[in-house]
Design a protein around this ligand. Structure first.
Ligand code: SF4
Ligand code: F3S
Length: 366
């Protein structure tokens, strides 16, 4: 066990595996206000990476409807039932993480989904569209709101999957923080599946090994964004790197949105893994629900999002979502445009704040 500072929860925590932090950390911002759940990201990911035998119900990327949807079913509720509700003292987590639940030297608290839990990737949604009998799964009611939550592996700072594997078959890359399963070493113990609080490691019954999102590393190594990011029709995703060993940079769009302005928040930070997918909270959803999901800072983030009009530096960073297939390393606001450069220092995107309007005459207009 080592003690590590976890900036997501504002305090130190125990972690069963000692490894230096990566030089930079792959990270993503998803804007929940823009997601239309078209599942283009899901299909792009599945077609590219998980169309083989034994991968029929494996979705490295999925989009679920909250509050009821979940893949695998109940992935989050079940762990919360086990660990109890998160309590915060300001920005500091007061309650325990999954690494602290059962005391020193014990595996992270987790649970194992059943085969059936993977069978309906979005059960709550199927119910509303009458594909299953109404009321057969959820009998509660709630106020009329819902939103879509897009999910991939979080390439966590302190991955529970990595900590749990007795074979040390999971590793975190020093160069970019991507978390991978070594398919040669894996013997299918499935401790990783049990431990990942986000249920983003999957057991392949044909290969008898576990697999997970590889962060599209062959693309990232070429400076390109992940497939789920490039294919996203709603342009809800920004993919890049967080600065880990220096101060956050104002000209790095990820640093700026996540660490400096805190507009995007981690998913279930109380679990303690330091997830690296950050969400701009949906502005129409009540705070108590969002605070359990994204931790403290929800109200401020919603307020910021509602008042973007004159906040040019932040608006400029948001204009970069889905704007380029290249990872944007640096950006600047120049007049009425947001400009981005890739890792080679090449300008790859220039987005106007306001699109020009063209008036086309009606056919019988002179
Ligand atoms: Fe591992 Fe799960 Fe974190 Fe991904 S989200 S790094 S699979 S613990
Ligand atoms: Fe380890 Fe998970 Fe494989 S626990 S052996 S990586 S199935």
């Amino acid at each position: 066990m080592v003690k590590r500072f976890n900036w997501h929860i504002g305090r130190e925590q125990e972690y069963p595996y000692d490894a230096p932090p990566p030089k930079k950390q792959v990270a993503y911002v998803f804007d929940t206000n823009k997601c239309i759940e078209c599942q283009t990201c899901t299909v792009a990911c599945k077609t590219a990476w998980t169309s083989g035998k034994g991968e029929e119900t494996i979705f490295w990327n999925n989009v679920e409807t909250k509050p009821y949807g979940g893949y695998p079913q109940g992935w989050d509720h079940r762990l919360m039932d086990k660990c109890g509700p998160a309590t915060w003292d300001g920005k500091k987590l007061y309650s325990i993480t999954i690494f602290e639940k059962d005391g020193e030297g014990t595996p992270p608290a987790g649970h194992m989904p059943s085969e059936r839990d993977y069978a309906s990737p979005n059960l709550g949604e199927d119910e509303l569209s009458k594909m299953i009998d109404l009321g057969s799964h959820f009998d509660g009611t709630h106020e009329g709101w819902m939103f879509y939550l897009a999910r991939i592996c979080n390439h966590c700072d302190s991955p529970a999957c990595l900590a749990a594997c007795p074979r040390k078959a999971i590793y975190k890359r020093e160069e970019d923080g991507i978390v991978l399963v070594d398919q040669e070493r894996c013997r299918g113990y499935q401790e990783c599946v049990q431990a990942c609080p986000y249920k983003k490691v999957f057991y392949n019954v044909i290969n008898r090994a576990s697999e997970k999102c590889i962060g599209c590393f062959p693309r990232v190594e070429q400076g390109d964004v992940a497939l789920c990011v490039e294919s996203c029709i709603g342009k809800i995703r920004l993919h890049g790197f967080l600065t880990t060993q220096e101060k956050p940079r104002e000209d790095n769009p990820l640093d700026y949105i996540i660490k400096i302005r805190k507009l995007a928040l981690p998913c279930y930070p109380q679990f303690g893994t330091g997830p690296n997918v950050f969400y701009i909270p949906p502005v129409h959803v009540p705070d108590p629900f969002l605070e359990q999901l994204f931790g403290p800072g929800v109200e401020e983030a919603k307020e910021m999002y509602r008042n973007l009009k004159d906040d040019k530096q932040l608006l400029g960073a948001l204009m970069l979502f889905g704007a380029s297939p290249r990872i944007i390393e640096r950006y600047e606001v120049q007049g009425d445009e947001a400009v981005g450069w890739d890792v080679d220092g090449k300008e790859v995107v220039r987005v106007p704040f306001t699109e020009p309007t063209y008036y086309r005459k009606h056919y019988d207009e002179k």
